[in-house]
Structure formats: structure tokens, C-alpha cells
Design a protein. Structure first.
Lengths: 156, 499
């Protein structure tokens, strides 16, 4: 039996709702709040049941229009590269600072999306980020944490 | 009242104050376009600067920043599908598709005209009806607010689902579930954090909106890069189009603006409701008013669909000043910041402001209007330049959208957990979008989640746990009946299409 992607997503949502409801029933509330008309559990419990009912209906009821996605037209390679670069960016931003990590992220993203004009890639990464940081930190006085720039004395 | 208007005009039209409005509008537009920085942040940034001026000048500068930031938020919604504030989420529904069709200039112009018209009409309402409307806003109780939120969520599900109501309702529930993560507002009990300290404060709105709109849009463009139909669409992105609005479009706007202004203003008057609910309800209402042919264009670049939320959110901005100026109750986060600024000047807003400081009361109202005029004059000539963002090739635009999204989050929290969370939500949202699960209901549900729980809590506590609060008050009952009608209409139209 082949299950449609929409029904499969609904099934995942059903599992999520059951887990959410189970967690909602296990929320620790104060003893005096246990039998109150409303406590920290009430709203999540309603939501859990709502999720179970809606996803069950979606699974049970016949699909009016099945949504077909042609997977040959999907560019899995580029999106995986981009997600990996983003994850590395998120992992190093605190350690090496905003300026270097953001500039390298932009440069690498341009490269993986097929850009090869090195000069333009450089301008739209390092000087661009520097100008953006100046706008935020220098002009708008919005603090941007950057241990590297602090270390070399560029930022206070 | 006439005397008051003259007092306000004489204060607002001094050379210094006009200059302040111009500076405020320009700075507000720039700040509003930056990710994660909405009107609230923009005004907060201005507070230290305004303390050097007299109260009227300071407030005039802040009014300019407020409207500028709202317009800036609309600009990033239309051009990048990256709404920085909840009030401009509905703008992206039709503004972004219009920009994709090579009509970015026109979309920005329609947004500017609609904002101006909505602001103008509501400023007139504000002048005439401020004192009496404050009484109406006080008549709304917790059960009415709860019912109003149920109506808002049902309406957005019905109107944005393209015939897939159940999918939209599932997204509503998911949005509400995400809103429950973190500390319970009353008891401070942590929920769904799984002992992760980073989730104690909950998930921020900017994170959700950046993940489900900006970042997932960027990922979708890359993901569908090989699709021949999508590739054809991308070519048209380089066309900026004219900013001229033709006669047919003007007629459409002329029909939409009055009703959206009235709705926006009335919703704005209700404390806590604000521009977000107003823009979503106006979008839904507009879709109901137009004929079948126009209805099909909604979500694909409809003039009505763009004009309605833009008019309503600006009208609601003016409306939210009613409870602030007449009752001293801020109707939104932004007016709460303005309340802080007023208190800093030693002014206590409330019923007596009208008598004790008439020059403040009237100059704020008049400067809001002047701010909108200046905004229109300043921004219309700049539209072709602003719209050039779309001419940036895909290889550069996508990384820049990702960069703006990550920066928005980094600026708020300075931790990488939020960035990881945003990437995770964006990946899930990209797959959900692939199978037509709509994101707007999720966003609205997330925004309203906290308030909805709060109003349900109060309603249940007052009624001692009984569901009677749903039909005890006529206002609640009427709102819920409208909700039920929408649900049954959706079921009926589904069966009608099947047969």
C-alpha cells in the first residue's frame, strides 16, 4: 500500500501530537493548582487533543487533490551544501566572531551556488559585512559580540 | 476640537518638527527593513535621543520612526518575503508574488498608497472618535478576546488554505504548540523545554518568522532550482516594473481601502489586538467581498490582497493610540514603548491628558498624519532604488537572505542554539511548503498563542471552569457564531467542489 506524502506528514503530526499530549499531562504543576479550573497543563492538553483529531481526520478522509512533486526537479545537492554551511556557520559564530564567520559563510555560499567572480564575491562578503557591522555597531549603537575584533582592538 | 487641531498643527508644523519627522521616517524605514528590527526596536533606539528635545518634538520624531519602520517592514515582506514584524506578514501573501511577477515597484507603490490612505482615514477617526471609542474598547472582556482570536485563526485558515482547510488548521495547532514552549506566564513552570535552558524563555517570534518565511523561501528557491516553471519565474525577478498604478488598480484600491481602514482602526482600538489581527482579518474580509475571479488571484499577486492588510495595519497603528492616549493602556508592544517614553517626559497618558496637556495630545495626533505625508513624499521616489534588491542575482540574493535571517537571530540572543533551531525549523517548513501546508496560519497562531492562553485562563477562572463563558456574553456568542459559519462554509464548499 502506497501512502501519499500529505498523509505521511499527517501521520507524523499525529505522532507529534500524541507525544505533545503525553508531555502535557506530565507537566509538573503546584499542588494547590492541581484541581484549579486552569493550570499550566490545561491549554497544552486542549492543543494535544486538537492535533490528534485534526491529523486523524486528514489521514482518514479521502484526499481531494493529491499533490505530486517531481523529485527529479529538486536540487537536493545544493540545498544539502547550503544547510551544511549554515550549520557550520552557526557552530563557529561564537568562537571566531561575527565578522570572520559571516564573511566566510557568505563567500562559501556564493561559491557553492555556482558563482566564480572572485572579486565580486570578496566585495560582497568581507567589506560588505564590515559595512553592515559599522551600520549596526557604529551608527545605531547595537552591540554585536565579536571576540576576534575585540582581541585585535577594532571593537571596544 | 478645531482649536485643538490648530494647537497640534502649529506645534507639528514648526521647522524643527518637520525636520524631525523627515529624519524619523527615513531612519525608521532603514531600521524597519533590517531583519529582526521592527518599530518597537526602532522607537526604543530613539528614546535616548529624544530626551534632549522638548516632549512634543521627541514624540513627533518617534511617530515618524514608527510609520517609517512599519513601511520598512512592508518593504522587506514584499521584496524578500521576510516580514520583520507580525503586522506585515499578511502583506507578503500577495506582495511577494507580485514582486515575483516583475511588479515589485508597483507592489511597493500600492503598499505606500494603501498605508497612506489607511493612516489618513484612521487619523480622522482618531480625531473624531477617540474619547467615545475608548469606552467601546473597555467593553471587551476576556471571553470576547478569546473568541476574537479563535475567529482570527479560523479566518486565516479558511482564506489561506486554497481549499485545504484541515492542513491549515493543523498548522494553527502547530503554531500554538510552539507558542507554549517555555515558561508559563502565570506560574513560571517550564513546559516542553526538555531541561534545555535555551528554551526557558520560549521561542522568539523573529526566529519563527525568519525560519518559516525568509529562510525557507530561500531554501525553496534553491530546492526547486531545476524546476523549469520555477526557473522561468526567477527570470522575471530581474524586472522591476513601473511604480505607476493604473486606473483599474486604483479602482480596486478605492474599494478596498475604506472597509479595511474601518476594520483596522476598530481592531487597533482593542487593547492587545493590534496591527497583526487587523491585517489578517482585513485580508480575510477582502477575500470574501471580491468576486469569484478576483478571489482566485488571492495569494498570487492580488491588488485587493495587498492593499487590504497594508491599509489595515496602518489604520490599526493609529487605532492603538486610542487606548494609549485616552486610557493610558498601551494597545501594542510599540505603544507600550511609547508609553515608557511619555512617562520619561513626565507625561501621564490617560483620561486627563486631554485637559492637562492638550498640546501633547493634539500634536501627537497631527504629527502622526504629517509623518504619513512625509513618508509618502520621501519613499515614493525611492521605490525604484529600493526595488533593485530584486535585481540581485539568485547566487547572491539567497546567501544574503540567509545572512539577514541569521543576523536577526544572533542580534537578539547571541547564542548559537537559536541559529540551529532556526535552521531546523526552516528545513521542516521547506518540506511542508512543498506539499502545500500553509505557513501564515502557523505564524498567526504563534503570535496569538500566549494571549489566547491568557484570555482562556481568565475566562475559565471567572466561570469556575465551566464552558458557559462561550455563550454568556452576546459579543462572545456573535463572534463564535461567525466562526462556526466560516467552518461550515468551508465544509460546504469542499463538498460542493467534489460534486
Amino acid at each position: 500500500m502506497r501512502i501519499s506524502p500529505t498523509k505521511f506528514i499527517s501521520l507524523l503530526f499525529l505522532v507529534l501530537s500524541v507525544f505533545y499530549l503525553y508531555t502535557a499531562y506530565n507537566i509538573q504543576v503546584f499542588a494547590f493548582d492541581e484541581n484549579a479550573p486552569f493550570n499550566a497543563r490545561t491549554f497544552p492538553i486542549y492543543l494535544g487533543w486538537a492535533g490528534i483529531i485534526l491529523s486523524s481526520l486528514k489521514i482518514i478522509l479521502p484526499e481531494k487533490v493529491a499533490i505530486e512533486v517531481n523529485h527529479k526537479h529538486l536540487d537536493y545537492k545544493s540545498i544539502i551544501y547550503l544547510i551544511i554551511i549554515s550549520l557550520i556557520y552557526a557552530a563557529v559564530i561564537l568562537k571566531i566572531g561575527y565578522f570572520i564567520s559571516t564573511s566566510l559563510f557568505l563567500f562559501a555560499s556564493y561559491y557553492f551556488l555556482g558563482e566564480r567572480r572572485w572579486g565580486l564575491m570578496f566585495i560582497l562578503s568581507f567589506p560588505f559585512v564590515a559595512a553592515f557591522m559599522y551600520l549596526l555597531h557604529g551608527l545605531l549603537n547595537i552591540y554585536l559580540r565579536d571576540p576576534f575584533l575585540k582581541y585585535i582592538g577594532v571593537m571596544g | 476640537m478645531i482649536e485643538g487641531i490648530f494647537i497640534g498643527l502649529s506645534t507639528a508644523l514648526s521647522l524643527t518638527n518637520i525636520l524631525m519627522v523627515m529624519v524619523g521616517c527615513f531612519a525608521g524605514t532603514i531600521i524597519g527593513m533590517l531583519p529582526g528590527l521592527g518599530p518597537m526596536t526602532a522607537i526604543a533606539l530613539m528614546i535616548p535621543i529624544t530626551y534632549g528635545f522638548d516632549p512634543s518634538t521627541g514624540l513627533i520624531l518617534m511617530a515618524g520612526v514608527y510609520y517609517g519602520a512599519v513601511f520598512g517592514g512592508s518593504t522587506s515582506s514584499i521584496l524578500l518575503n521576510a516580514p520583520g514584524i507580525p503586522g506585515t506578514v499578511a502583506t507578503a501573501f500577495d506582495g511577494y508574488p507580485m514582486a515575483q511577477q516583475g511588479k515589485a515597484g508597483k507592489a511597493l507603490a500600492i503598499a505606500a498608497y494603501s498605508s497612506f490612505a489607511g493612516g489618513t482615514i484612521s487619523a480622522i477617526f482618531l480625531l473624531v472618535a477617540a474619547p467615545s471609542l475608548s469606552k467601546v474598547s473597555l467593553a471587551f472582556r476576556s471571553p470576547d478576546y478569546f473568541a476574537l482570536m479563535i475567529l482570527g485563526l479560523t479566518a486565516i485558515s479558511a482564506f489561506s488554505s486554497k481549499g485545504q482547510f484541515l492542513k491549515a488548521m493543523m498548522m494553527v495547532v502547530l503554531g500554538l504548540m510552539l507558542a507554549t514552549v517555555g515558561q508559563d506566564s502565570l506560574s513560571d513552570i517550564t513546559r516542553f523545554t526538555f531541561n534545555n535552558m535555551n528554551l526557558t524563555d520560549g521561542i522568539s517570534f523573529v526566529l519563527i518568522v525568519m525560519a518559516t518565511f525568509a529562510m525557507s523561501e530561500a531554501l525553496t528557491i534553491i530546492f526547486r532550482g531545476k524546476d523549469p516553471n520555477r526557473a522561468a519565474k526567477q527570470i522575471s525577478l530581474t524586472e522591476l516594473g513601473s511604480i505607476k498604478v493604473n486606473k483599474e488598480e486604483t479602482i480596486k484600491m478605492a474599494k478596498t481601502i475604506p472597509r479595511s481602514s474601518i476594520l483596522g482602526f476598530l481592531i487597533g482600538v482593542l487593547p492587545g489586538a493590534g496591527a497583526t489581527i487587523a491585517s489578517f482579518l482585513a485580508y480575510g474580509m477582502e477575500r470574501n467581498y471580491v468576486n469569484e475571479e478576483e478571489k482566485q488571484k488571492f495569494g498570487k499577486g492580488s491588488v485587493h490582497g495587498l492593499s487590504a492588510p497594508e491599509t489595515a495595519n496602518n489604520a490599526a497603528c493609529s487605532g492603538s493610540f486610542v487606548p494609549l492616549l485616552t486610557l493610558g493602556i498601551p494597545g501594542s508592544g510599540t505603544t507600550a514603548v511609547m508609553l515608557g517614553a511619555l512617562l520619561g517626559f513626565g507625561i501621564q497618558p490617560g483620561p486627563r491628558l486631554y485637559q492637562t496637556n492638550p498640546e501633547i495630545f493634539w500634536s501627537v495626533i497631527m504629527s502622526m498624519y504629517i509623518g504619513m505625508v512625509v513618508l509618502l513624499i520621501l519613499n515614493l521616489p525611492l521605490i525604484p532604488y529600493i526595488a533593485r534588491i530584486l535585481a540581485v542575482p539568485r547566487n547572491y540574493l539567497i546567501p544574503l537572505i540567509l545572512f539577514f535571517s541569521v543576523t536577526g537571530i544572533y542580534l537578539m540572543s547571541f547564542n548559537n542554539f537559536d541559529i540551529f533551531l532556526m535552521i531546523g525549523i526552516a528545513v521542516v517548513a521547506t518540506f511542508l511548503r512543498l506539499y502545500d501546508f500553509p505557513m501564515p496560519p502557523l505564524i498567526l497562531a504563534f503570535v496569538l498563542g500566549g494571549l489566547m492562553e491568557e484570555t482562556l485562563r481568565r475566562s475559565l477562572l471567572i466561570s469556575d471552569g465551566s464552558p458557559n463563558f462561550l455563550w454568556d456574553r452576546p459579543i462572545t456568542l456573535i463572534i463564535l457564531i461567525i466562526t462556526v459559519v466560516i467552518v461550515f462554509w468551508q465544509i460546504f464548499s469542499t463538498f460542493r467542489k467534489k460534486t
